[in-house]
Design a protein around this ligand. Structure first.
Ligand SMILES: O=C(O)COP(=O)(O)O
Ligand SMILES: [Mg+2]
Length: 238
């Protein structure tokens, strides 16, 4: 991309970037599938396929777990109500947390171009924070396991603030921690959650085209730009 590309112009107007984790930096679908299916086995419930899980990712682990429990109960031919899910939830959460932490990162891959993209953003002088809806206790070891932790001045999870994305609060708090204004802080994500939170916070937002967007076409989301790989920022900042 040339120095006058929309991406270069956007980069010249920001001091920092907030980067999403699942679906943006790391393809964690394999981790989710492994930990969830170990949990379901322990609870003597039927297994769930990766494609069904993909559509449930993005709104934090509590939402994921409730969606998975409702899905597998329904697959047994039961009429499912929220109360049945809540009965199973405490044991499911304890089991899921144990299994997720045991396999964290082992069935997950860093997407192509992520390291080049982060290096380029840093070289362009941007301060970087990672903001995910994943619990912080899952996010920090995953970043470490994948060698990505060193790029971020701050790492915040879905339990760091009172509300999660798509609420703007986590973005506003992350800007505060970075010492930047929302208008000069770029959100990089993979889903409508990230874009809605960014719009409401007043942050410019660019989405990757390869992540998880609740089973919807990501290019239909209201955003300032789309990239097929974070490495496009290397060309944009050159
Ligand atoms: O754990 C999730 O729900 C997804 O988290 P993300 O915000 O990093 O995409
Ligand atoms: Mg994501």
């Amino acid at each position: 991309m040339s120095a006058t590309s929309p991406l270069s112009a956007l980069l010249s107007r920001v001091d920092a970037a907030i980067v999403d984790l699942d679906g943006t930096m790391v393809d964690t679908l394999g981790d989710f599938a492994e930990a969830l299916n170990r949990m379901l086995r322990e609870l003597a419930l039927p297994a769930i396929g990766a494609q069904a899980i993909e559509h449930m990712v993005g709104k934090g682990s509590e939402h994921l777990l409730r969606s998975v429990l409702a899905h597998v109960l329904a697959s047994q031919g039961q009429a499912v109500d929220a109360a049945q899910v809540e009965v199973l939830y405490p044991a499911a959460w304890a089991s899921y947390q144990k299994h997720y932490l045991a396999i964290n990162g082992q069935y997950a891959q860093v997407y192509p171009g992520v390291v080049a993209g982060l290096q380029a953003l840093q070289a362009a002088g941007l301060r970087l924070a990672c903001l995910t809806n994943k619990p912080t206790d899952f996010a920090v070891p995953l970043l470490q396991a994948k060698g990505l932790d060193g790029y971020f001045a701050q790492v915040f999870g879905g339990d760091s603030f009172a509300r999660k994305k798509p609420d703007p609060l986590p973005l506003l708090k992350t800007c505060e921690a970075l010492g930047t204004t929302p208008a000069r802080t770029l959100m990089l994500g993979d889903s409508s959650n990230d874009a809605q939170a960014a719009r409401a916070a007043g942050c410019p937002v660019v989405l990757v085209t390869y992540g998880y967007n609740h089973g919807q076409a990501v290019r239909a989301v209201d955003a300032d730009g789309f990239v097929d790989a974070l490495a496009e920022f290397a060309a944009a900042s050159a």
